[in-house]
Design a protein around this ligand. Structure first.
Ligand code: ZN
Length: 83
């Protein structure tokens, strides 16, 4: 196990997420986020590939699971990233 005591409190990550929840208009957007949970301020989870199936189309984007258990909904993430 790593024993790093130097966690950067303002780590940023750039992720690709679905730009819309509308089934007819799925596309990806790229947003840069502070990598902390907006609910508790803890670190967000490790990025992993996620895939959305929309009929015959397949979109690969970034997903993550926060170790604190709070769920980041993409709608909230889009709001956090700004217009
Ligand atoms: Zn949290």
């Amino acid at each position: 196990m790593a024993t790093s005591q130097h966690h950067d409190p303002t780590e940023y990550r750039t992720v690709r997420i679905p730009g819309s929840t509308d089934h007819a208009g799925q596309y990806l957007i790229t947003v840069t986020l502070r990598w902390v949970c907006p609910t508790c301020g803890g670190p967000r989870g490790q990025l992993r590939p996620a895939i959305s199936y929309d009929g015959s189309r397949r979109l690969a984007f970034d997903g993550w699971t926060n170790p604190c258990g709070h769920v980041d909904f993409y709608a909230d993430v889009r709001a956090e990233a700004g217009p």
